[in-house]
Design a protein around this ligand. Structure first.
Ligand SMILES: *Cc1c(COP(=O)(O)O)cnc(C)c1O
Length: 484
């Protein structure tokens, strides 16, 4: 057996330092002369005193316990975990982008403004919208911003509409954003094929409908073929169509929400456009609108003068105002711009074609081993149901835990809510056939283990630092304030 390394928890020793700084050339100031008495510290902060090597080892060790797209396959449905090309990082680190300041005068940041202006236009062209704001910092933030635009639009016409309709397969952020934007959500059940049920939709729509929030392909990975009729129903009632474009991986260069009849769309650059995702890092959820909503866009947007110079367009009297400090997560926008330029229109179309191909390949190979609630061709992702394994006492959660032993991040589980024991897989276009096959073989192996040795699956994972957690106790006796 491998000997256990003795764990030393307390690395701090008085007097050890991990830095050397030049002598301070600022004259000593008595803290009490500049800091209010009530804010003065009475005892020195107890910071760890360690050597540089201790700090490096500590953080390197922690980083090795993490999982990311750079160390393994991450087939998380609905959240597009695709490879983040390193050229994006190189460009974002160019001093002309990395070292500018939001308060700099316009003349000194013309290149950055040109980049933002071009990105606004690229995203508008990709989504079929007329104008885009880059301010929102995440998908959910984009949804809320888009709904505030919808509210401003209806109010400008003297209409008070109170309801937002969402299908039962919708992403949880949709009803949440609608609620935060002050709307009542109305959930409509999907039909037997996993699509919007037009009769249910007709029954739910009325003069109080502000919008329908939808994604197409939907969260089951299925394309809403009746989208034009859906748009007609909503528009006839005076409502607007909101497109949740968090994952546009299936449609780039093939079809556009604007052409399907949508009025407002948000895009997640940290999904589709390959910018880093997860770990709480910054994201970007730009929002595009059709022309009748342009006056309400958050300000400023980037404008271009006739002489070719760029400027912050703040003269927008009907704007809903700012939705974020400064101008959005600029470094992320640079990465997304780089991604779009690297691929170009043809390349982006190929990205989508390969994403759809990969998903269908996996679906075909996995179908005999799991249940497929909505058979047929999928788009960039698909759902399976693990309910067949329940007869052996194994649930989807157990399959997900067992995958950890093989070095995979599990797919999304138990979402969408309308599929029992749901497993939602999105391979993305950036994975090789060998990676897809290895993952598929592992899934098949786990399904066999569930039949022949369910306990093996129920006790997983075995190879991770944290083993199976006691979920019942965690739910019944949660420790929410850990001072350990
Ligand atoms: C990820 C996602 C969102 C939310 O995006 P965040 O950036 O996590 O706020 C919304 N809708 C769908 C379909 C998503 O997959």
């Amino acid at each position: 057996m491998k000997p256990e390394k003795a764990l030393i928890f307390e690395l701090s020793q008085p007097g050890r330092v991990a830095y050397s700084l030049p002598e301070c050339d600022v004259p000593d100031i008595e803290p009490a002369s500049v800091i209010p008495q009530s804010m003065l510290r009475e005892t020195p902060a107890s910071l760890p005193e360690v050597y540089e090597v201790d700090v490096i080892r500590h953080y390197t060790e922690l980083s090795r316990r993490n999982f990311g797209i750079d160390n393994g396959f991450y087939p998380l449905g609905s959240c597009t975990m695709k490879y983040n090309p390193k050229i994006n990082e190189d460009v974002a680190r160019l001093p002309g982008f990395a070292k500018i300041h939001p308060y700099q005068p316009e003349e000194s940041i013309q290149g950055a403004l040109e980049l933002l202006y071009t990105l606004q236009n690229d995203l508008a062209a990709l989504s079929g919208m007329d104008q885009v704001t880059l301010q929102p910092a995440a998908g959910a933030h984009g949804e809320w911003s888009g709904l505030m635009l919808i509210r401003a639009y209806h109010e400008s016409r003297g209409e008070k509409r109170t309801k937002v309709i969402v299908p039962d397969s919708s992403h949880g952020t949709n009803p949440a954003s609608a609620t935060v934007a002050g709307y009542e959500t109305v959930t409509i059940p999907s039909n037997a094929r996993g699509l919007v049920d037009l009769d249910q939709l007709r029954a739910a729509v009325g003069s109080d409908t502000a919008a329908l929030m939808l994604t197409n392909p939907n969260t089951l990975g299925l394309f809403e073929q009746q989208i034009e009729e859906i748009a007609q129903i909503i528009h006839d009632a005076g409502g607007l169509l909101y497109y949740d474009g968090a994952n546009s991986n299936a449609i780039m260069g093939i079809t556009r929400p604007g052409d399907m009849g949508f009025d407002v769309v948000h895009l997640n650059l940290h999904k589709t456009m390959s910018t880093p995702h997860g770990g709480g890092g910054p994201g970007a959820g730009p929002v595009g609108v059709k022309s009748r909503l342009i006056p309400f866009l958050p300000k400023p947007v980037v404008g271009r003068r006739e002489d070719g110079t760029y400027y912050w367009d703040t003269d927008r009297p009907d704007s809903i105002g700012r939705v974020k400090a400064y101008y959005g997560n600029f470094g992320i926008l640079v990465r997304a711009y780089t991604y779009i330029r690297t691929y170009g229109p043809e390349g982006l179309r190929q990205v989508s074609e390969n994403a759809v191909l990969n998903a269908n390949y996996m679906l075909k190979r996995l179908a005999p081993h799991f249940e497929v609630p909505y058979p047929g061709v999928c788009k960039h992702e698909f759902v399976l149901s693990g309910k067949r394994l329940k007869e052996y006492g194994v649930r989807t959660l157990d399959v997900a835990k067992r995958l950890l032993d093989f070095g995979y991040h599990p797919p999304t589980v138990y979402f969408p809510l309308n599929v029992e024991e749901c497993i939602m897989i999105e391979p993305t276009e950036t994975e090789s056939k060998e990676t897809l096959d290895a993952f598929i073989d592992t899934m098949i192996q786990i399904a066999r283990e569930a039949e022949s040795d369910p306990q093996l699956v129920l006790n997983a994972p075995y190879t991770t630092i944290v083993k199976r957690l006691d979920e019942a106790t965690a739910a019944r006796k949660p420790v929410l304030n850990c001072s350990c």
